[in-house]
Design a protein around this ligand. Sequence first.
Ligand code: FES
Length: 343
Amino acid sequence: MGHSVALNFADGKTFFISVNNDELLLNAAIRQGITLPLDCREGVCGTCQGQCETGIYEQEYVDEDALSERDLAERKMLACQTRVKSDAAFYFDHHSDICNAGESLKIATTVTKVELVSETTAILHVDASQHTQQLQYLPGQYARLHIPGTDEWRSYSFANRPNAENQLQFLIRLLPDGVMSNYLRDRCDVGQTIMMEAPLGSFYLREVERPLVFVAGGTGLSAFLGMLDTIAEQDNAPAIHLYYGVNTEADLCEQQRLQAYAERIPQFSYHPIVGRGTDTWTGKTGFIQQHLDKDQLAENAFDMYLCGPPPMIEAVKTWLDDQALSNYRIYSEKFLQSNTAKV
Ligand code: FES
């Protein structure tokens, strides 16, 4: 039985391969048509270098000129010397096309439901079971969806974890006049076909090994729903703090689902923040960074994930710089309001 291994590249493409217990990662990739760059195959030249982002692995010979002690501590690895011991994800800092990796998977999905979850947000449910194998993606990644009747494609983060039934969800902001928004409002029917390209993106859940701070702006929440679904299935999750910012109370969505994570993830805390609260809103207001707790963050090293509009992400990063905290890793994904592009 092989391990499922994600190979992620700098162009945002991800390819999944199966790696046998006794097999070198490089050989498994080549066997499945992904020709990672190589030269010596002996752990000396460093050409096949990547970085392990999740999972357990071992390396055979690694020359000190190929990877330093510091590199090894950062989980950098040589594909020609690596054997995986669990499902895993590796990142290679070059484009996938130099590996002849081909195109991302394009498959037909079927609309099963359009669920209005706030005044401005819908969840599009699609059935991808025409694809007979379980669709593989990393929690937090996104897909491109073709909008029927147009030449347009739009990008949306998966709002649930991969599952054997290939039932997929996407959280979508309904704009007054957007190509996808108009389709969902005016023409979308259960049973229609939507083409999907996936998986894509370098924003995904890394090894969960220390406290996590999730910062979501608007439908940036979608990526975190997939991550939280995944973490809820794991034992011994560290503390996880979710900050979810929206413009108005009416934009908040999936509140019951978010509250329910607290029952499944012991150290989960949830902080909705409304930019402009109404008289009935008694919760937090303003900007997300006004509600981050510097003292709490300074206690332990943490990983911060940010997904949302560019101004929100820049504001939180500026706040972190101003606090002079140095005990964190940061991963972010910006998107434009129309969700036409991940930037
Ligand atoms: Fe030279 Fe792997 S190919 S170190």
